[in-house]
Structure formats: structure tokens, C-alpha cells
Design a binder for this molecule. Structure first.
Ligand SMILES: Nc1ncnc2c1ncn2[C@@H]1O[C@H](COP(=O)(O)OP(=O)(O)O)[C@@H](O)[C@H]1O
Ligand SMILES: O=C(O)C[C@@H](O)[C@H](O)C(=O)COP(=O)(O)O
Length: 311
């Protein structure tokens, strides 16, 4: 008699901070939303129908329960050991009249270890999770270990308040760029670490460090994507009425990972195919990413769309 085991469903692993965004607007009472760039990416992927595990670090306090409920609502699996912080981190997001946000953080990022789920074609890391020790060092080792099997996606999502030295922020970012296959950065990230250099040139320079695909987003401006095989693609952001831009880049990143997944370009075995992605496939993926991010900016907080909103 043979026992047949169902194949394990592919699972994306996201590693990074979960926190509570306390969104403060002029002359309004602050509102609390679960946030943290990597957690937003995990939610974005889950809403696009992907199985996602999140290795993160938060407490079992009231804020932690808000995060639990938020992740459970979209079926994101929380890695064991993620809920042992003494308190849940917070980010006060000051939203200006134009919808742009600036953050002030109260953070603890100390996750002790990371275990990778079976059948994991992609690992996404970034933001504070790759820049704040002691957790960032654990993330770097995890990425070094898993890159033999999985595609690595990275978003520096630099917060100058926490990384006041642009050269140091650049050195940290580039350690991860060297390990990554796909990098998404905003023009603001690139301008900050470039210290006066053209953001597009900083982006292009990153291709020499190893990634197969690098993408720059710029609020309502164009998206620029460059590949290691020499392709360059430019796409416009969608014209939408902006509620706020919280989580826009994260929803874009979720769309990017999801699009590459559908195109069969994830997993270490597909690194060369990713490098050779054609312009039609890349154009279509980026166009869908701008739709996803456009929906996110059209509503309050990091609230990315579900699949049925994209038809
Ligand atoms: N004002 C806006 N109007 C339309 N789309 C926007 C706007 N701001 C952001 N987006 C969308 O979100 C994407 C990511 O925005 P960006 O602000 O660069 O990311 P981040 O949140 O990482 O700073 C953009 O490429 C665009 O598609
Ligand atoms: O993790 C952070 O840096 C702050 C988050 O709380 C916030 O949700 C965020 O990062 C949004 O990121 P964006 O996509 O770059 O707007």
C-alpha cells in the first residue's frame, strides 16, 4: 500500500517588523492601524491569493492583539517565536495635507531566529527589519542561508530619522542588495543614500552588485525598472485621488512578487530566466503593480486590494 502525500503548497516568507502605525493628521484625533513595511507586504501578498508566512517580532499586549487580528483576517501565518517582544513597536505617522507621511518610531527589533517554510520560492526582507540590530543581523544570516533555494526580494525603505548617516545607510542597504535578486526602492531612498547623485544612476549601479531586476518608484511619477540583461522599462503611476500614501510602496512590492510568481520567475533555479525577463512580461507586471498601489493610495492607511478588486 502506498501513502500519497499532498505536495506542500508554495509559501512566500516575509521577514521584518510588524508595528502599530499611529496616524496623526492636522487637527484630528490620531488613529491606530497595524503596519510595518514587511508586514504590509505579507498582507498584500495574502490578499493577492498567496500563502504567506511572516517572521516578525511583537508583544502579546493590546497592540500585539491588533496585529494578530489583522494578520489572521488575511490568513497570514505567523512564524513561531514571533510574539515574544516585551512590547509591540509603534510608528507615529504624521500625515501632511498632501497625503505624504513622516514617521517617528518606538522600536524593538530582536527576533531570535528564522526558519524557512518548505517549498518557499521567495523571501522578502527590508525596511527597519534589515537596518536595526540585533534583528537585522539575524535577517542577513537567514537570507545568506536561503538564497541557494529562493529568490530574495529587498526594499530598503530607509527612514532617515533612524539612519541619520546616509553613507552608513547606503552601506547597510548595499549588503542586502548584494544578496538580493529583486530590489524595489523609492526615489527618496535612492536620493538619500546617493547624497546628490541622480537616483536613477544609483539604481543602475545596483545592477553591478548582483540583482537581476531593480525597480524605482516615485509617488505619482514614473516607475523605472532595469534588468541585468540590459532591459529598461518605464511605466506611469495611475491617476487617482490620494487619501494617503501609507503602504503604497509595500503594496507595489507585493504586486511585483506576485507578478513574477505568476510568470514562473521565482526560485533560485529561475534566476537566469528572471535576468532575461522580456519587456512585455515586465511591462504587464509593472502596470498591475501601479494599479495595486493606486488603489492603496486611494484609501486611508496601508489597505492593499484583494484579487477581486483587480478584475
Ligand atoms: N500620489 C500618487 N498617485 C498615484 N499613485 C501613487 C501616488 N503615490 C504613490 N503611488 C503609487 O505607489 C507606488 C509607490 O510609491 P512610492 O511613494 O514611491 O513608494 P514608497 O511608499 O515606498 O515611498 C508608485 O509607483 C505609484 O504607483
Ligand atoms: O515600517 C515602517 O517603516 C513604517 C510602517 O509602519 C508603514 O506602514 C510603512 O512603512 C509604509 O511603507 P510605505 O509602503 O513605504 O509607505
Amino acid at each position: 500500500m502506498t501513502t500519497e502525500q499532498a505536495p506542500t503548497q508554495s509559501t512566500a516568507l516575509v521577514i521584518g517588523e510588524s508595528l502599530i502605525d499611529i496616524v496623526s493628521r492636522p487637527e484630528q484625533t490620531p488613529v491606530e492601524h497595524p503596519g510595518g513595511s514587511p508586514m504590509n507586504v505579507a498582507i498584500g501578498l495574502a490578499r493577492l491569493g498567496r500563502r504567506v508566512e511572516l517572521a516578525t517580532w511583537y508583544g502579546s499586549d493590546e497592540h500585539g492583539r491588533l496585529i494578530d487580528d489583522h494578520l489572521a483576517a488575511d490568513g497570514v501565518i505567523v512564524s513561531e517565536g514571533s510574539r515574544q517582544a516585551s512590547s509591540t513597536s509603534t510608528a507615529i505617522a504624521h500625515v501632511a495635507a498632501d497625503g505624504s507621511a513622516e514617521y517617528v518610531f518606538d522600536l524593538d527589533w530582536s527576533l531570535p531566529s528564522v526558519s524557512v517554510p518548505p517549498n518557499c520560492p521567495v523571501v522578502h526582507v527590508g525596511s527597519l527589519g534589515t537596518s536595526i540590530d540585533p534583528g537585522a543581523e539575524v535577517v542577513r544570516h537567514a537570507v545568506e542561508d536561503v538564497r541557494g533555494a529562493a529568490t530574495i526580494s529587498y526594499d530598503p525603505n530607509i527612514r532617515p530619522d533612524l539612519q541619520p548617516d546616509p553613507a552608513a545607510a547606503r552601506a547597510i542597504a548595499e549588503r542586502f542588495v548584494r544578496l538580493a535578486d529583486v530590489v524595489k526602492a523609492s526615489d527618496e531612498d535612492l536620493a538619500y543614500i546617493g547624497e546628490g547623485a541622480d537616483p536613477e544612476e544609483v539604481l543602475a549601479g545596483w545592477l553591478d552588485l548582483g540583482p537581476k531586476l531593480v525597480v524605482m518608484t516615485a509617488n505619482a511619477g514614473d516607475v523605472v525598472a532595469l534588468t541585468a540583461s540590459g532591459l529598461g522599462v518605464r511605466t506611469s503611476a495611475k491617476k487617482v485621488e490620494v487619501a494617503d500614501t501609507v503602504g503604497a510602496g509595500d503594496s507595489f512590492t507585493a504586486g511585483l512578487i506576485d507578478g513574477l510568481w505568476t510568470a514562473g520567475l521565482l526560485g533560485a533555479d529561475n534566476r537566469d530566466a528572471l535576468r532575461r525577463i522580456d519587456s512585455r512580461t515586465l511591462d504587464a507586471i509593472l502596470d498591475r503593480c501601479t494599479t495595486i498601489a493606486g488603489i492603496t493610495v486611494s484609501r486611508a492607511g496601508a489597505n492593499p486590494p484583494r484579487l477581486d478588486e483587480l478584475v
